[in-house]
Design a protein around this ligand. Structure first.
Ligand code: APR
Length: 252
């Protein structure tokens, strides 16, 4: 895949002139870091499972150990991965142009953060953040009284007193996105001059609605994806390249 010089010059010009650049990334952003995209067939022992079953509250309640193990293996995979040239190009551009970039991601890995990007808007939560599955019946506000001091390594931690379980702090299918993150993403989409969409199929809303929001607000929309996506028709320019190769060319 290569981007034509004409398209590259056009996209670079739009970005150079942009007062505000909004970047929205999906799983393809981390593919060249060795983190499988969400709709890649799950590898190895997980191949027989459907992520859309595992990444749900019902799936976790049905088999906490299985889902906990799946997230543990994903955490291990991400911990061994390194940010790729695309993550680094985004972080470097943000550093060189303070206050001009809002970076939004659907990804739950921490590769943008480890590359040095600041204030990443994490629409789907994070792999390395846990939270309680249920509100504790004894909770009167402040810090929940539940504790996991007796947790067994490798098993889903739970509270010995009320039985509440710890769950991964990611947004599961059917769950609402964190309100503050979604508001920040919509504000950035409405206020940007260029929306750069990287490595997402555009299959899942509300994240997939951000490029249209930006276009309707007058922004130029640029899609960077080696494959066709559901967002191509919303784009003013589609660049057939990968994140790790294309972003360093774009963000000079
Ligand atoms: N560079 C850029 N894009 C790539 C690369 C790459 N090296 N490799 C693959 N892609 C593209 C694919 O062409 C595809 O369009 O990345 C996209 C990945 O699509 P999905 O797997 O659907 O991931 P994503 O769009 O992030 O999924 C959205 O859906 O399943 C939920 O919560 C989950 O955050 C996820 C959301």
């Amino acid at each position: 895949m290569t981007i034509t010089n004409a398209d590259l010059d056009t996209a670079r010009e739009w970005i150079a002139q942009a007062r505000r650049l909004c970047v929205s990334t999906g799983a393809g952003m981390s593919a060249e870091s060795g983190v499988p995209t969400f709709r890649d067939a799950l590898g190895g022992m997980w191949a027989r499972f459907d992520p859309q079953q595992l990444a749900t509250e019902a799936g976790y309640r049905a088999d906490p150990q299985l889902v906990w193990d799946w997230y543990a293996s994903r955490r291990e995979g991400v911990a061994q991965a390194q940010p790729n040239g695309g993550h680094v190009a985004l972080a470097e551009w943000q550093r060189r142009h303070p206050g001009r970039m809002t970076l939004i991601t659907q990804n739950v890995d921490d590769l943008h953060q480890r590359a040095g990007s600041d204030d990443v808007v994490c629409l789907h939560g994070g792999l390395f953040v846990d939270r309680w599955l249920d509100p504790c019946p004894r909770w009167k506000g402040g810090q929940p009284p539940c504790d996991t001091s007796t947790a067994t390594p490798g098993r889903p931690p739970h509270c010995e007193t009320c039985g509440n379980r710890v769950r991964p702090g990611v947004v599961w299918f059917g769950e609402a996105l964190p309100g503050q993150a979604l508001q920040a993403a919509e504000d950035a989409a409405n206020d940007c001059d260029v929306m750069l969409v990287v490595g997402t199929s555009g299959a899942v809303y509300p994240a997939a609605g951000l490029p249209l929001l930006a276009r309707q607000a007058g922004a130029k929309v640029v899609v960077l994806n080696p494959q066709p996506s559901e967002l191509d028709d919303t784009a003013h320019l589609v660049l057939r390249d990968t994140a790790a190769h294309g972003l360093p060319l774009l963000l000079t």
